[in-house]
Design a protein around this ligand. Sequence first.
Ligand SMILES: [Zn+2]
Length: 355
Amino acid sequence: MNGPVFAALDVGGTKIAAALVDEDGTVLRRDRVPTPREGADAVLRAAARLLNDLSGTTDHDRRDAADRGRDGVTPYGRDGAADRGRDDAAVRRPGGAAGRGLGRTAVRGLGVGAPGVVDPATGRVVSATDVLPGWAGADVRGTLAALTGLPVTVVNDVRAMAYGEARAGAGAGHHRVLHVSVGTGVGGALTVGGRLEHGAHGTAGELAHLLVPEEGPIPCGCGRRDHLEAVASGPAIAVTGDTPRAGALLGRALAGLLAVLDPDAVVIGGGVAQIGAPFLDAVTTAFRHEALPPLRATPILPARLGTDAPLVGAALLAHNALLAHDALLAHDALLAHDAPPTPAAETATSPGSLR
Ligand SMILES: [Zn+2]
């Protein structure tokens, strides 16, 4: 394998998924385990074990190592292209990873998509519903960094999913991508020029609380009933049974929102989007009817990565963090060379020395 590899976790209420992902967003391996119900610490320990197992050698790797007459070959030290396209069963290696650790020399970082409101600066869960017992307040970054030895980047799971689709899924190639996730709730996120927009309070792109012209059958997550989530989320549709109506209300809301954000493309994912045409066609028809003329041709695209999306997004965010870290180090090195100025500083400022 030529480029760096990143580990990724998608922590959910019923399962924890893990993957190894390359810098282009290609999933090299993936696996999952049920989520423990005994609190945040048990969840994070199970996640770290899953990563450790995932990074163990495959039977193929072990044969390869035996053929060459030496031991200790990690899956990262060799060309991983052969592993692409293997299914989960093929890379599951019970007990095969014992004592091998995470191959830290080659896995460059860990990205985590976590439920709840996450402070990206600290990697802590600020608040969470009871989807995971004891999850609110969890120090996801600190705990996983200690357990894996990797630099850890933590982001809300919907934002991880949005970023994965924007960079390597349905939104790839578009500069400004609005991701809309419709599942048990309604979520959204905005990616501009390959960067996830957090906003001043971490809610940029969040569209659950857009006002809609009717009361929903259930309350929005915030308690109001005249918000998009109260009419268009999976639980709302389960009550009304009216999928096209939910789609139409989302489409109308998008028409207004797109006049504000003017993205190059909208990607719609989440469990409700998987209903397909009855929902997505209703969204698109209502949007085109309501939107300002210049916005009507904006592509509205179904998500493409499925359950890989949060893993891909988390891994690519970990890559961004690494690039930012390296840039900071290079900048510090430049400053160190700038004072006092010496002939050596000339070499330090040449583009070739900036990695
Ligand atoms: Zn609301």
